[in-house]
Design a protein around this ligand. Structure first.
Ligand SMILES: Cc1ncc(C[n+]2csc(CCOP(=O)(O)OP(=O)(O)O)c2C)c(N)n1
Ligand SMILES: [Mg+2]
Length: 950
């Protein structure tokens, strides 16, 4: 890599006076060995060499080609300089591409290098004038820093120390303040025109601190940071819209979720625009994240989509403080260079903000290229070491490597050397980066890689230290130092109490902040708490569909898709439906929707699809409605979250309908569903090919028998396991009404299965039961019955129950009632809520839950069977008025037929019969011998292994 053309040299186009030709045009002399030499070295020599390199904290540079003809090199470079000067950068780019292509024709491959030198991307000459008041902004930032720090320190002084982070915001204060004063767009007059901002989660103290100065939070709020149950209300640890619905919009602190959600949010904004639903052109999506966070697969996993979809409305700001929690992000390498290469390779604009302006003068003075070489060769672990070391150390170890560099700083005092800043702490550099990022309209997303110091300003207390991340307390001396460094007008006596500081409402600082925010469209973050609702179709409107599916042999998935198609065509809400699918349309029989509704593609369709002649061809369109995400459940869920919060972000009730392999939902992307609950997303999740035994053949990694168990823990998720087409339709219509007409902030989760069987007509009056969780589906009467039992079934396993009813009647003279239990979890929630109320109101008339009402006076035994783990049915145990036994599919799945799987997991009709007889034997209605005979008669192997262990 040539150490020039980095744009920071003032004398870019002509050799600077005093610069020798060979110094300018020869690649820097390498002091590491060439590959050839290395090969000849003994192993111990190599190790020793590596150790030396490591000791001085240097990056091993790739071996450079030897310049065998410096005069020729000079000619080429002089030509390039000439073209640049006379015809500009585009022409230079063109010629370089020509050269590269010509070389490739001859089979000469140059090394793919997606890195630029370790200097700022924006040259000084292109840096715009700073439009703000530097001094005032610095004072505001200092006060924001102080209060953020005080908030955490005060919280941790109280007994029961509740934690909190100081160091992250300390490193990113400039990155935020510049955005707050000059870039973040507020919601504006209509309340929905602002930027979408994903704040780095544990930088939240900084956001609270600013909101306090803006008058949006009180001192009491700040004092109750992380004390949310305190009188007067507290502040949530991190961005949680669930807990602070009028403030936060997007949860981010689970690392990696912010960035992936931001990408799909940016894409969704384009979707709204392309479909003509809302003009989102003026709205940017920002994601602030940590450099350590980039190791999460979700952070970088979808960056290709952002460039493919030309999302120039998206800006990532990565706070490269070189540290994560335990230590350096890349001690032996350079995270900024690594990320540059990754993002550049993925087609993003990359803006590096590495050095503050003090370095500009040094770089301009350096005629040898050695300073950039030195910047390139030092590794992050070493840069971290320089932080907090005296200037004399920096002089000796950084500049001291080359005598020329020592000379460069001979007039700099140690103190001055200690104070030269990194780019992320230089407001003008950050401003220049954001300006370019927000104004770029080249169809590429932009990432700003800002180099900062973790714990900046905390001095001895943690600046750049490994422990910085966990720094929560500061002693008196450290507080005094912080106060003095940032010029906070608090007396020595007061400082020790770490009081909050707010200048008067008439002060220049407060006025400036408010003026800036007013000019930019109001405060951020902010979330409205009143939301638009809309009229949705009623169940009556969909009776016809119910009738159409009556007595038809099909799967519940078919019923789901039929309903989805009807809803997409619906006059009232069709336009707002957002079908989302991760490459499983054909699995679910949705391919007919492609042509009808189109697959969203910003570019439209640039090819003639191979199957264009058929009705169900693959049709991509700019106004396509379906989000066909490809194989990414995480991406699909991020789209769900964007669509599911469009009501609060954009003021439009979009209706996401995400259908996927149920095994790859709660288990695989549970954290994104948790985020959906936090951000109050609304919509339908449909777990297709559900049921451990109903999905036959696919085996252990596909057969979901536990997503309903996971769903129990998600308070906003209402989970259902419907057996029949009409149940599916009733649940979906209810979900629509509750979420979009009544405005409830929740998610409906439906299991949908692929087994085909006949769907009966809808029994009269069962709607309420379907929604609440159970209704009696069929009674099997027997003349002179020996006993009567209650059987619960769900989903496809209701069929096992119905068959068991027949066997029980025919072979054992037992009458029974079969209940379709559509939601164990909804039943349990309501029953639990009644119990709790009754416990706390002992003198009042007790409330009775729906479950208790249904089973009032009904005698057991009660037998339940589902295609999910037993714990699902066992949730009801406290409220069942008699003996209760639950069958389920605990254990690892396997490839088999449905019949064999159901016997294996003991949820087939015969297993239900055996369980029933066994429970009846406990009451003396059957003898043990009769049960043993039945086990034999029914062909059940009593010695077969327990499926739980199989
Ligand atoms: C998924 C996940 N894993 C672990 C954590 C715990 N955690 C909180 S902050 C942090 C370090 C973050 O480092 P970085 O991303 O570099 O941010 P910085 O604080 O340095 O800006 C970790 C591991 C988390 N919040 N989320
Ligand atoms: Mg970090």
């Amino acid at each position: 890599m040539l150490i020039r053309g980095d744009g920071v040299h003032a004398s870019r186009y002509s050799p600077a006076p005093g610069r020798t030709k060979s110094a300018r045009f020869t690649r820097p002399v390498r002091d590491s060995n060439t590959r050839e030499e290395k090969r000849n070295m003994s192993e111990s020599e190599t190790v020793a060499k590596a150790e030396v390199a490591q000791n001085v904290g240097e990056l091993e540079q790739p071996v450079a080609a030897v310049d065998i003809d410096t005069a020729e090199t000079e000619e080429w470079l002089a030509s390039l300089d000439y073209v640049l000067k006379s015809k500009g950068a585009d022409r230079v780019r063109f010629l370089i591409e020509q050269l590269r292509d010509r070389a490739a024709e001859e089979g000469i491959q140059s090394a793919q290098d997606t890195n630029t030198p370790y200097v700022n991307t924006i040259p000084v000459k292109d840096q715009p004038a700073f439009p703000g008041n530097r001094e005032l902004e610095r004072r505001i930032k200092s006060i924001v820093r102080w209060n953020a720090m005080a908030m955490v320190v005060r919280a941790n002084r109280r007994p029961g120390g509740v934690g909190g982070h100081i160091s992250t915001f300390a490193s990113s204060a400039t990155l935020y303040e510049i955005a707050f004063n000059h870039f973040f767009k507020g919601r504006g007059e209509d309340g929905y025109s602002g930027d979408t901002i994903y704040f780095q989660g544990h930088a939240s103290p900084g956001m609270y601190s600013r909101a306090f100065l803006e008058g949006r939070l009180s001192e009491e709020n700040l004092d109750n940071f992380r004390r949310e149950l305190a009188p007067g209300g507290g502040l949530s640890s991190y961005p949680h819209p669930w807990l602070m619905p009028g403030f936060w919009e997007y949860p981010t602190v689970s690392m990696g979720l912010g960035p992936i959600m931001a990408i799909y949010q940016a894409r969704f904004n384009e979707y709204l625009n392309d479909r003509g639903i809302k003009d989102t052109k003026g709205q940017k999506v920002w994601a602030f994240l940590g450099d350590g966070e980039c190791d999460e697969p979700e952070t970088l996993g979808a960056i290709g989509l952002a460039s493919r979809e030309k999302l120039d409305n998206l800006i990532f700001v990565i706070n490269c403080n070189l540290q994560r929690l335990d230590g350096p992000v890349r001690g032996n390498g350079k995270i900024i260079q690594e990320l540059e290469s990754i993002f550049r390779g993925a087609g993003w604009n990359v803006i590096k903000v590495v050095w503050g302006d003090e370095w500009d003068q040094l770089l301009a003075k350096d005629t040898t290229g050695l300073l950039v070489k030195r910047m390139n060769e030092v590794v992050d672990g070493q840069y971290q070491k320089y932080t907090g070391m005296p200037g004399s150390y920096i002089r000796e170890h950084f500049f001291g490597k080359y005598p020329e560099l020592l000379k460069l700083v001979e007039n700099y005092s140690d103190e001055k050397l200690e104070k030269i800043r990194r780019g992320g702490h230089d407001p003008e550099k950050v401003y220049a980066a954001y300006k370019q990022a927000t104004e770029s309209a080249n169809g590429r997303p932009t990432v700003v890689l800002a180099k900062t110091v973790k714990g900046y300003g905390l001095g001895e207390a943690g600046e750049g230290r490994m422990i910085a991340h966990n720094q929560k307390k500061m002693n008196e001396e450290e507080l005094l130092e912080f106060r003095t460094r940032f010029g906070i007008p608090i007396s020595d006596e007061e400082v020790v109490k770490a009081p909050f500081y707010k200048p008067s409402a008439n002060s220049q600082e407060i006025k400036y902040m408010q003026e800036r925010r007013a000019a930019l469209g109001g405060p951020v973050p902010s979330r409205p708490t009143q939301h638009p609702t809309m009229e949705v179709p009623t169940l009556e409107d969909y009776r016809k569909l119910i009738t159409r599916l009556e007595n038809k042999s099909c799967s519940t998935t078919f019923a789901v898709v039929q309903t989805l198609v009807a809803l997409c065509r619906d006059k009232k809400i069709g336009k707002y439906m957002v079908p989302i699918v991760p490459d499983e349309s054909r699995t679910f029989g949705m391919e007919g929707m492609f042509k009808q509704f189109g697959i969203y593609a910003h570019a439209g369709q640039l090819y003639e699809p191979v199957d264009s002649a058929i009705l169900q061809s693959y049709k991509e369109a700019q106004d396509g409605q379906i989000l066909e995400e490809g194989i990414t459940e995480a991406g699909s869920m991020s789209s769900f979250n964007a669509a599911g919060t469009a009501y609060s972000a954009h003021g439009i009730n979009m209706i996401p309908f995400f259908i996927y392999y149920s095994m790859f939902g709660f288990q695989r992307i549970g954290d994104l569903i948790w985020a959906a609950a936090d951000m109050r997303a609304k919509g339908f999740l449909v777990g297709g090919t559900a049921g451990r035994t109903t999905l036959n053949g696919e085996g252990l990694q596909h057969q979901d028998g536990h997503s309903l168990l996971n769903a129990i823990a998600f308070p906003t998720v209402r989970a259902y396991d419907p057996a029949f087409a009409y149940e599916v339709i009733v649940i979906i219509m209810e979900g629509l009404k509750r979420m979009y007409q009544d405005g409830e902030e929740c998610i409906y989760y439906l299991m949908s299965e692929n087994e085909e069987y006949e769907h009966p007509p809808m029994p009269a009056g069962c709607e309420d039961g379907i929604i609440k969780g159970m209704y009696k589906f069929r009674s099997q009467e027997v003349k002179d019955a020996k006993a009567r039992v209650q059987l619960f079934g769900s989903g496809a396993i209701l069929n096992s129950v119905l068959k068991a009813q027949e066997i029980l009647a025919e072979k054992y003279s037992i009458a029974s009632d079969a209940w379709s239990v559509t939601s164990y979890t909804q039943l349990r929630r309501e029953a639990g809520d009644c119990d709790r109320w009754n416990m706390l109101h002992p003198t009042e008339t007790p409330r009775k839950s729906y479950l208790e009402e249904q089973l009032d006076g009904v005698e057991g035994p009660f037998i339940s069977a589902s295609d999910y783990v037993r714990a699902l049915g066992e949730q009801l145990t406290p409220w069942i008025p008699g003996d209760y036994y639950v069958l389920g599919t605990d254990g690892m799945g396997r490839s088999e037929t449905r019949e064999s799987l159901r016997r294996h997991f003991e949820v087939d009709a015969e297993s239900i019969v055996i369980a029933t007889l066994s429970r009846l034997s406990k009451t003396g209605l059957f003898t043990a011998a009769e049960v043993a005979d039945a086990i034999k008669d029914l062909g059940f192997d009593a010695e077969k292994q327990n499926p739980y262990f199989a």
